[in-house]
Design a protein around this ligand. Structure first.
Ligand SMILES: Cc1cc2nc3c(=O)[nH]c(=O)nc-3n(C[C@H](O)[C@H](O)[C@H](O)COP(=O)(O)OP(=O)(O)OC[C@H]3O[C@@H](n4cnc5c(N)ncnc54)[C@H](O)[C@@H]3O)c2cc1C
Length: 481
C-alpha cells in the first residue's frame, strides 16, 4: 500500500499552485495563511494527531501527515529541530551511509557526505522542518497524557516554554526514541563516587577528560565511539566488556551487506531509495536470517585477521546467536554490536585497555572493583549500558498501566538474547495499532523511520477520514519490558 486512492498527496500534477492569479483586495499571502495556522492550531483548533518527540522520527512522520492534510503538532522538549543529534557526544557521525539515510520527500543532495556528522544532520533536520511547513513546538515538554474512552480523545498536557496548555488529539504517537530511556545500572557504592558518572547519552565528548582515568562499562557502539574520543583526547581509558559483541568493519558492511541496495553503485544501477526499501521490506523476518548468514560467513572470512587480532586482545566476539550478524541483532534487540570506524584497532592494539568477561561489582570513592577482583582507579565512569523498551515512555508520559497493556516494543520473539519468544513475526508495537486505542509508536534508524512512517501516516489518515480499518490480528502481550 502506498496511498489511499481517494486521498492522494498533492504531488506532481496535483501539486499546489502557490500563487492565486487574479485580483483580490483581501488577498492573503502564503505567509499570512501559515501564520494564521500557527496561531490557531493547538489554541482555537485542535490537532487530529500529536507526535511526542521531534527527532528525525517525529519530523519524518510529521512531514508525511502534513502531505496527507492531517492536522498535527510535534512536541519536542529541546529548543530546535535537530537538537536530539546536536546534544549527542561531539565525535558522533552516522554509522550508516547517506544512501540509507534519506528523509521522505527531500533526499540529501549528491554532494552530501557519506557519513553525516551529527551537527550537520541537526541543521538538515532544522531546514527540513521549515521547508516541510511542520507545526513543530520546540521547548515544549509533554508532561502527561490520558485517554478518554467515551470521547475517543487524548488529554495531553504540555509545557510550552513555561506556558501550560492542554491538547485534545484523537491520535497520540510516541516518537520519543528507541534509544531514549537510558538503562542506568544500580551498582553498590555509586553514591560514594567522588568523580563524575554519566550514562553514555549524557557524555559530552572527550575534551574535558585529558589525562583522566576513565572506565567505560559496555562494549557496543556508544562505548566504542566514546572510548575512541577519550583516547584521542589523551585520557587513560578502559572498556569493561560484560558479554560478547558483534563487530563489523564499516567498509565491509558497505560492500558486502548494504552495497547492493544502498550505495553509489546501486544508484548507478537504477535502484531508487524506494526500490531498495521495498526490496529490504519484502523479506519476512522468519527467513531473513537465511539471507544474512551466508553474507556474514563471507564477512568473517574477508576480515579473518582483524577478528583474530581482536580475539588475541581478549575481546569477546559474536556474529549473533545464529551467525546472522548486525541487522538481525538490531531487529531482535536493538543492541549488541559496533560498526567499526576505528576504535576496534585501538582495542586490538591495547591503546583502549580492555577487561572482558567481567562487570563492575562495586563503585568506590576513587575507583571501581571488577567482578574478578581487579581495582581500576577512575575519575569518570561512563555507563554505556543501552536503553530500555519504548513502552517505558508510555509509563512515563501516560501510566504504568498503559505501558503494561501495550507491552514490550521492538523485537519479534526470535527466542534469542533480549528477544524472548514466542514468535510474533513483526516488530512489537512499532508503526501499527497497539492494545491502547489511539496510541502508536514510531522510531528506529533513518531507513526505518523513512519507510514505515508512510504506513503509519496512512493508517492515521484513514482513521481521520473514517475509512474502515479492520485489523487482521493483534498479538497478545507476552512481555512487559
Ligand atoms: C550514539 C548513537 C548513534 C546512532 N547512530 C545512528 C546512525 O548512524 N544511523 C541511524 O539511523 N541511527 C542511529 N542511531 C539511532 C538513533 O537513535 C536514531 O536514528 C534516531 O535518533 C532516532 O530518532 P527518533 O526521532 O526516533 O528518536 P530521538 O532522536 O531520540 O528523538 C526523540 C525526541 O523525543 C524528545 N522527547 C522525549 N520525551 C519527550 C517529552 N516528554 N516531551 C517532548 N519531547 C520529548 C527528545 O528530546 C528527543 O529529541 C544512533 C543512536 C545513538 C544513541
Amino acid at each position: 500500500m502506498t496511498e489511499l486512492r481517494d486521498h492522494p498527496e498533492p504531488r506532481n500534477s496535483l501539486r499546489p499552485k502557490g500563487a492565486r492569479h487574479g485580483a483580490d483586495k483581501n488577498r492573503a499571502s502564503w505567509a499570512d495563511e501559515r501564520r494564521e495556522e500557527i496561531e490557531s492550531l493547538g489554541y482555537t483548533e485542535q490537532p487530529y494527531c500529536v507526535i511526542v518527540g521531534g527527532g528525525q522520527g517525529g519530523i519524518g512522520l510529521g512531514a508525511r501527515l502534513r502531505q496527507l492534510n492531517v492536522p498535527t503538532i510535534i512536541l519536542e522538549k529541546n529548543p530546535k529541530p535537530g537538537d536530539s543529534w546536536r546534544n549527542r557526544y561531539k565525535s558522533l557521525c552516522l554509522h550508516d551511509p547517506v544512501w540509507y539515510d534519506h528523509l521522505p520527500y527531500i533526499p540529501f543532495p549528491d554532494n552530501w557526505p557519506i557519513f553525516s556528522p551529527k551537527d550537520k544532520l541537526g541543521d538538515w533536520l532544522e531546514m527540513y522542518t521549515k521547508a516541510m511547513e511542520l507545526n513543530y513546538w520546540g521547548s515544549t515538554e509533554c508532561t502527561s497524557a490520558s485517554y478518554n474512552k467515551q470521547t475517543g480523545e487524548w488529554t495531553v498536557e504540555v509545557n510550552r516554554d513555561g506556558e501550560k496548555l492542554t491538547l485534545r488529539p484523537k491520535q497520540l504517537v510516541l516518537a520519543t526514541g528507541m534509544s531514549g530511556v537510558p538503562n542506568m545500572p544500580d551498582i553498590p557504592g555509586m553514591e560514594t563516587f567522588k568523580g563524575e558518572q554519566q550514562h553514555s547519552s549524557q557524555h559530552p565528548g572527550g575534551e574535558a577528560y585529558k589525562g583522566k582515568k576513565v572506565v567505560v562499562l559496555g562494549a557496543n557502539n556508544s562505548a566504542h565511539d566514546i572510548c575512541c574520543a577519550l583516547w584521542e583526547n589523551d585520557a587513560d581509558v578502559t572498556m569493561v566488556q560484560r558479554s560478547s559483541t558483534h563487530i563489523i568493519k564499516s567498509d565491509t558492511l558497505m560492500e558486502l551487506v548494504l552495497g547492493g541496495l544502498y550505495s553509489e553503485e546501486a544508484v548507478q544501477n537504477g535502484i531508487t531509495t524506494n526500490m531498495a526499501d521495498m526490496t529490504f521490506a519484502s523479506i519476512p523476518f522468519r527467513i531473513m536470517p537465511d539471507f544474512h548468514i551466508p553474507v556474514y560467513e563471507q564477512v568473517a572470512e574477508r576480515d579473518a585477521d582483524f577478528y583474530e587480532r581482536l580475539k588475541k586482545a581478549d575481546f569477546m566476539l559474536d556474529f549473533g546467536e545464529d551467525g546472522s550478524g548486525l541487522f538481525m541483532k538490531y531487529l531482535r534487540r536493538g543492541s549488541g554490536y559496533y560498526i567499526d570506524v576505528g576504535a576496534s584497532e585501538l582495542v586490538a592494539d591495547g591503546e583502549i585497555k580492555l577487561k572482558s568477561g567481567v562487570t563492575i561489582e562495586r563503585v568506590n570513592p576513587e575507583s571501581v572493583t571488577l567482578s574478578d577482583g581487579t581495582e581500576l582507579p577512575a575519575n569518570l565512569i561512563v555507563y554505556a549500558t543501552g536503553y530500555g523498551s519504548m513502552n517505558g515512555w508510555a509509563a512515563k508520559i501516560i501510566s504504568q498501566e498503559v505501558a503494561d497493556k501495550v507491552g514490550k516494543c521492538w523485537g519479534m520473539g526470535s527466542g534469542t538474547t533480549k528477544d524472548p519468544g514466542p514468535w510474533e513475526g513483526e516488530l512489537r508495537n512499532m508503526w501499527k495499532p497497539t492494545h491502547q486505542p489511539g496510541l502508536w509508536f514510531h522510531g528506529g534508524n533513518l531507513h526505518q523511520s523513512r519507510h514505515y512512517s508512510r504506513y503509519l501516516s496512512l493508517q492515521l489518515k484513514a482513521r481521520m477520514e473514517g475509512i474502515d480499518t479492520p485489523i487482521y490480528g493483534m498479538e497478545e502481550v507476552h512481555h512487559l519490558s
